[in-house]
Design a binder for this molecule. Structure first.
Ligand code: NAD
Ligand code: UGA
Length: 460
């Protein structure tokens, strides 16, 4: 059977792989392929153990792979065949030269744009799926049109808003799909072709179109707003701890105002993930580039507050445990940057682990899905670290538990059993406020939540 369209995604990572799997699942009439330079990653997409953990992803890949979903390293051949090419390569923070530590590193998409140009013999729609600085489409157009090959490329911006841990659900039922295009007849025609693809499963009123620059910028701004809410609630936690106010009660009262809304108001050890920090820094860099320094300072404060929140957590542990952690064994409950993912990129766990090891503590790390990544992240760092799948085993003989990731399983453990197995006095630092603090206190723990006064058995 011939396919109606051939869709290609360059970059088979969290976004590329998952997005293509959902498109293939929803649209059996299209041939959907994801390619990557990382042969090991492609190997895993083609195996029983996918390279990423996402709820429901295994099922949809199993249902579509080999039917109309394909994973390959044959990038040039696949580009030649494709009608529509999504670009979903990495856009990490640049770590060298001009803009080091701030600007987005654009080398990966630039290489891809050149490769698309070299391999194309027919007209193509190029879709920016990665998160790019505003005006990247212009640079991409300039590269693509810099030869006389007679091939036409129309560049669209179609940023992805999925969150890890809920990626499949977010792709199947997004709040919106955003497509930015040039206002030319060709640009609008390309836009309509992409709208057509999404309209296979998404109601038309949730497919929003805009000019291409608004689309690119909206992605950075959406992440900045989300991260800003987390930093805003986290900026209240210290005051709550000092004044016997309770951040969760404050968040509930504030969030019930429908103008504010109740989402993204969970106080925490700090936000992690591959995008919030890098995208805000990219926004800050853009502002500075246009001499908008007040604006840059405003957004940069969101990241600075987050760094401070992670440090505050470590200092709280140090002070509570009599100002010395040397030789103490500390169990990290969770290493992923949030629940329901194995991803540890920019996880607060990394920061906490490094700082605790600097204090010469020993670590027992446990996580239901992120242990392999934790091991890779901490490889080469000095210190005694054990990686233990079972949380009971991990906590045994520890002085303290630091809860980093809000996995459901940590709510349901037998904490009496855990308490019995630990060194006394036993401490628990709940970096997510998901545990029953009063109950833990009654068991015997000294309990340190985020943004709530501690519950300890010590006399003043
Ligand atoms: P990722 O690192 O998991 O995947 C990117 C992939 O691109 C890697 O597998 C890498 O090998 C591949 N790649 C790099 N250069 C290549 C090239 N020249 N040719 C072929 N493949 C190449 O990253 P990700 O998390 O999927 O993010 C991709 C983009 O999507 C980023 O811009 C990110 O900001 C954005 N984004 C991510 C999320 C998320 O939740 N992870 C959500 C929305 C948007
Ligand atoms: C985020 C956005 O939610 C997505 O819309 C966006 O597409 C994506 O970034 C991206 O561009 O990569 P993600 O980072 O996967 O998604 O996960 P979030 O649910 O946003 O959580 C980010 C971090 O904030 C996590 O560490 C989470 O634990 C923390 N968080 C979130 C809080 O501390 N408190 C909250 O109330 C919410």
């Amino acid at each position: 059977m011939g396919f109606e369209k051939k869709i290609l995604c360059i970059g088979a990572g969290y976004v590329g792989g998952t997005t293509m799997a959902v498109i293939a699942h929803k649209c059996p009439q299209y041939k959907v392929t994801a390619v990557d330079v990382d042969a090991a990653r492609i190997g895993r997409w083609n195996s029983h153990e996918l390279p990423i953990y996402e709820p429901d992803l295994d099922e949809i890949v199993k249902a579509t792979r080999g039917r109309n979903l394909f994973f390959s390293t044959e990038i040039e051949e696949e580009i030649r065949e494709a009608d529509i090419v999504f670009v979903s390569v990495s856009t990490p923070t640049k770590m060298f030269g001009v803009g080091a530590g701030m600007a987005a590193d654009l080398q990966y998409w630039e290489k891809t744009a050149r490769q698309i140009r070299e391999c194309s013999a027919s007209d193509k729609i190029i879709v920016e799926k990665s998160t790019f600085p505003v005006k990247t489409a212009l640079a991409m157009e300039r590269i693509l049109t810099s030869t006389e090959a007679g091939v036409r490329f129309d560049v669209l911006s179609n940023p992805e808003f999925l969150a890890e841990g809920t990626a499949v659900k977010d792709l199947e039922s997004p709040d919106r799909v955003l497509i930015g295009s040039r206002p030319t007849p060709e640009g609008l025609k390309a836009r309509d072709a992409l709208v057509e693809i999404y309209a296979n499963w998404i109601p038309r009123d949730r497919i929003v179109t805009s000019n291409i620059w608004s689309s690119e910028l909206s992605k950075l701004v959406a992440n900045a707003f989300l991260a800003q809410r987390v930093s805003s609630i986290n900026a209240i936690t210290g005051l709550c701890e000092e004044t016997e106010a309770d951040t969760a009660e404050v968040a509930r009262a504030v969030g019930m105002d429908h103008r504010i809304g109740n989402k993204f108001l969970n106080a925490s050890i700090g936000f992690g993930g591959s995008c919030f920090k890098k995208d805000i820094l990219s926004l800050v860099y853009l502002c500075r580039n246009y001499n908008l320094h007040q604006e840059a300072d405003y957004w940069e404060a969101v990241v600075k507050l987050n760094e401070y929140q992670k440090e505050r957590f470590v200092l709280k542990m140090l002070h509570a445990m009599f100002n010395t952690l040397t030789g103490k064994r500390i169990c990290l409950f969770g290493f992923a940057f949030k629940a329901n993912t194995g991803d540890t990129r920019e996880s607060p766990a990394l920061f906490v682990a490094r700082r605790l090891l600097e204090e010469k503590a020993e670590l027992a790390v446990t996580d239901p899905k992120a242990l392999a990544n934790a091991r890779a992240d901490l490889a080469g760092i000095d210190g005694r670290i054990s990686y233990v799948q079972d949380p009971y085993e991990a906590a045994a003989d520890c002085d303290a538990i630091a809860l980093i990731t809000e996995w459901d399983i940590y709510r349901e453990l037998d904490y009496e059993k855990i308490y019995r197995s630990m060194v006394k006095p036993a401490f628990i630092f709940d970096g997510r406020n998901i545990l029953n603090h009063r109950r833990l206190f009654e068991i015997g723990f000294n309990v340190f939540p985020i943004g709530k006064p501690p519950l300890t058995h010590f006399q003043d």
